[in-house]
Design a protein around this ligand. Structure first.
Ligand code: AMP
Ligand code: ZN
Ligand code: FE
Ligand code: FE
Length: 286
C-alpha cells in the first residue's frame, strides 16, 4: 500500500514523523509520503525512521495556496513531492506563509478571547516547537480550556471560514506555487480538489489552466470526496493528461482519517519518482 498524504506534529498532526512511519508499518502501508503543511522540517526524522520501520518515505509537503477569483480567492492545497527543499523561491514563499500563520492565529485568538476563556499561551501549549500553526491548534486549545469537546466541533462552529472569528492567512497564488514546485524539481499534485465542506472549491476551468502551467496530478481518492467526485476527477485527469493519486490525509489522533484508507497505484508513484529531483527513500531491504 502506498499512502501519499500524511501529517506529523511539524504541522497539525499529533504524532512525530517517526511515529507516523511506525503507524504506517502497523497499518500495512509500505510507502508513505510525509506532507506537512508549508514545512519540510519533518523530513530528517522521517528519513531516519525508514530502516527502523521498513517503510519507504516519499519526501513531500502540502502547500497552502490561493487561486485568484474576483471575490477574494479560493484556498487550494497543493501537494508537492520529491523537490529540493532549499530552492530559494519556494522557501521564501513557505517562510512568508508560516510567519503569517502565526500572526493569523494570534488574531483569531484575540477574536475568540472576546467571547471565550482562551489565551495565546493556551494555543502555544498545543503546538510543537517550530510547527506550522493552524486552526487545528486553536481547536485543541479550545478543547483544552473546555469550550468544545473535540476538534471537529470547533471546525464546525467557531473555526469555520464563515465564523466571525475566522481570519485568512497569506498564501501564494496557486499557479505561482505550481511553477515554484516545478522550478524546485518537484511534482505538484492538487490535494482533495473537491473537498467542498471546507469551503469553496476551484472550477474545472481553473484545474485545466493549472494543468497548462504544469500541475502533474489530482488527488481523487480522498475521504472528503464522494463517489461522483472521484469518477469526475478521474475523467478530468484523463482529459487533461494528469496523474491520479489517492491518500489518507492522516493527522494521527487529530482526525478520523486512517492510514492506507486510500492509496496510490505503484505505476503512478513510479512516474512521480521519475519526474522528481529526489529519490524515494527505501529501506535497505528493498
Ligand atoms: P488552516 O490551514 O490553519 O486554515 O487549517 C486547516 C487544516 O485544518 C487542514 O489541514 C485540515 O486538515 C484541518 N481540518 C479541517 N477540518 C478539520 C476537522 N473537522 N477536524 C480536524 N482538522 C480539520
Ligand atoms: Zn492539516
Ligand atoms: Fe489539505
Ligand atoms: Fe492534508
Amino acid at each position: 500500500m502506498i499512502d501519499l498524504h500524511t501529517h506529523s506534529c511539524e504541522s497539525d498532526g499529533t504524532q512525530t514523523p517517526r511515529q507516523v512511519l511506525q503507524a504506517a508499518a502497523a497499518a500495512g502501508v509500505r510507502t508513505v509520503a510525509l506532507t506537512d503543511h508549508d514545512t519540510t522540517a519533518g523530513w530528517a526524522q522521517a528519513a531516519q525512521a525508514v530502516d527502523e520501520t521498513d517503510v519507504a518515505l516519499v519526501r513531500g509537503i502540502e502547500i497552502s495556496t490561493r487561486a485568484a477569483t474576483p471575490d477574494g480567492g479560493i484556498s487550494v492545497h497543493l501537494l508537492a513531492y520529491l523537490h529540493d527543499p532549499e530552492h530559494p523561491a519556494l522557501l521564501a514563499e513557505l517562510t512568508r506563509t508560516r510567519d503569517d500563520r502565526v500572526a493569523r492565529a494570534r488574531r483569531m485568538t484575540e477574536r475568540l478571547a472576546e467571547d471565550f476563556p482562551l489565551t495565546w499561551d493556551d494555543v502555544v501549549a498545543q503546538t510543537s516547537h517550530g510547527a506550522t500553526v493552524g486552526r487545528p491548534h486553536l481547536a485543541d486549545a479550545l478543547v483544552a480550556v473546555g469550550v468544545v469537546e473535540h476538534r471537529d466541533e470547533a471546525f464546525a462552529t467557531m473555526l469555520h471560514p464563515g465564523a466571525p472569528y475566522y481570519v485568512p492567512h497569506y498564501a501564494p497564488d496557486t499557479a505561482d506555487a505550481v511553477r515554484a514546485v516545478l522550478a524546485a524539481g518537484g511534482v505538484p499534485v492538487m490535494a482533495h480538489p473537491r473537498a467542498g465542506q471546507r469551503g469553496r472549491v476551484v472550477t474545472e476551468q481553473t484545474i485545466a489552466e493549472l494543468a497548462t502551467v504544469g500541475l502533474a496530478g489530482l488527488e481523487a481518492d480522498h475521504r472528503d470526496h464522494d463517489a461522483a467526485d472521484r469518477v469526475r476527477l478521474r475523467e478530468l485527469a484523463a482529459e487533461l493528461g494528469l496523474l491520479v493519486t489517492g491518500a489518507s490525509d492522516y493527522h494521527g489522533a487529530g482526525k478520523q482519517n486512517r492510514l492506507g484508507e486510500h492509496t496510490t497505484d505503484p505505476a503512478v508513484l513510479a512516474e512521480i519518482e521519475d519526474r522528481g529531483t529526489l529519490e524515494v527513500l527505501r529501506p535497505w531491504s528493498r
